[in-house]
Design a protein around this ligand. Structure first.
Ligand code: AHG
Ligand code: MN
Ligand code: MN
Length: 365
């Protein structure tokens, strides 16, 4: 008999649980409910226009808009509903929060309440859905505050405002050429591929490690005029290639589905930046702390990579709002550390000195 039988997600979770003989099984059941939601979303994504799920979500007077002021796709709403219906009945959760819901979701009265909080981005990269490019779901599991567990009271937004270091589990599903679930329960990162015939996630990528060095970066360069000096410096040095200060050529990618970029980085290294910029003073960054930056940050750190605001480790940030935005840099450790160093250094760097922004710039006529 082999000592280990970690071939499916269920078996993997059972083996993880054996390390905690007192565990109730709630946590495993919760992860399996999340996996069920992801399988249901994968199926809707795969049917696409055949199921009539592409396009914007209709609402009175046009299309609906979420709390971020972003147009909702039909699949944003469908995916959110699938997360809720897979997770609201099992008795494992005290509540949920999502990119697509302004306020926290209360577990309906007819179901028992549990000790965990689930936070999610039901469909990340949803602007890509109508063009048949990979999208994903991102999730984070926190423990509910003790008084919520003891009293069973309704949850409020402040119950979710816990730093990323407090996450018990995090991960994402990627709906690409194959559907994958990438999960950390705080003991490294494991990747599972959906066998669509069997309807099971199988462990195909055990113990994923992010290479510490890379020659690949990802950033939306159309925002370059809004970047802060340390980011301009970093990107300029990459673009300068072999003849520049880095002494090597870099490659660039931008999928506009963070979950797909995170997966590429887990597989072969790289650095992703959606830094704080000056585009809109009311939005300190594009991505959201609780359901994008923190879960991806935990996955990266558990895989030996690094996640940062650009200046400080992401997982240490104390959130101040449910839908808080933040600058996000993650990926190969040595590159993220370099970007943090550039933010920490006094900044003699001048835009005018940059090959990106001078007369012969790539981004100017
Ligand atoms: P979401 O679809 O959940 O709103 O997130 C999209 C995010 C992220 O996945 C991606 O990296 C980024 O937005 C793309 O932003 P740009 O459109 O500025 O490139
Ligand atoms: Mn997103
Ligand atoms: Mn989303």
């Amino acid at each position: 008999m082999p000592l280990s039988k970690r071939s499916t997600l269920t078996q993997f979770l059972i083996e993880e649980r054996r390390r905690f003989p007192g565990a109730s099984g709630d946590f495993n059941a919760l992860i399996l409910d999340v996996a069920l939601a992801c399988k249901a979303i994968a199926r809707s994504v795969a049917y696409g226009e055949l199921a009539g799920v592409l396009g914007n979500h209709p609402a009175e007077g046009g299309t609906s808009v979420n709390v971020q002021g972003e147009t909702q796709k039909k699949l944003d709403v469908i995916s959110n509903d699938m997360f809720i219906s897979a997770n609201n009945w099992g008795g494992h959760l005290a509540g949920m929060a999502s990119e697509e819901m302004d306020d926290p979701y209360q577990i309906p009265g007819q179901y028992p309440r549990g000790k965990y909080l689930l936070v999610f981005d039901p469909l990340d990269g949803s602007s890509n859905i109508d063009v048949n490019v990979s999208v994903g779901s991102i999730f984070s599991v926190l423990r509910a505050p003790q008084d919520v567990i003891d009293s069973g009271r309704d949850i409020v937004a402040s119950d979710f405002l816990q730093p990323g270091t407090r996450q018990l589990a995090a991960g994402y599903a990627l709906y690409g050429p194959t559907t994958m679930l990438v999960l950390t329960v705080g003991t490294g990162v494991n990747g599972f591929t959906l066998d669509p015939g069997l309807g099971e996630f199988k462990l195909t990528h055990p113990n994923i490690q992010v290479p510490p060095d890379t020659q690949e970066f990802a950033i939306n360069a159309s925002n370059s005029r809004f970047w802060e000096a340390p980011v301009k410096r970093y990107v300029d040095e990459c673009l300068a290639g072999k003849t520049g200060p880095r002494g090597k050529d870099f490659n660039m990618r931008w999928i506009a589905s963070m979950v797909a970029e995170a997966h590429r980085i887990l597989m072969r290294g790289g650095v992703f930046m959606y830094p704080r910029d000056t585009k809109d003073a009311s939005k300190p960054g594009r991505l959201r702390l609780l359901y994008e930056a923190n879960p991806i940050g935990m996955v990266m750190e558990q895989a030996g990579g690094r996640a940062s605001t650009g200046s400080v480790p992401m997982l240490g940030v104390q959130p101040n709002a449910l839908h808080q935005r933040i600058g996000l840099v993650f990926g190969s450790k040595h590159e993220v550390e370099r970007i943090e160093r550039y933010h920490a250094e006094p900044q003699p760097y001048k835009d005018e000195a940059s090959p990106l922004f001078n007369e012969r710039s790539l981004f100017r006529d």
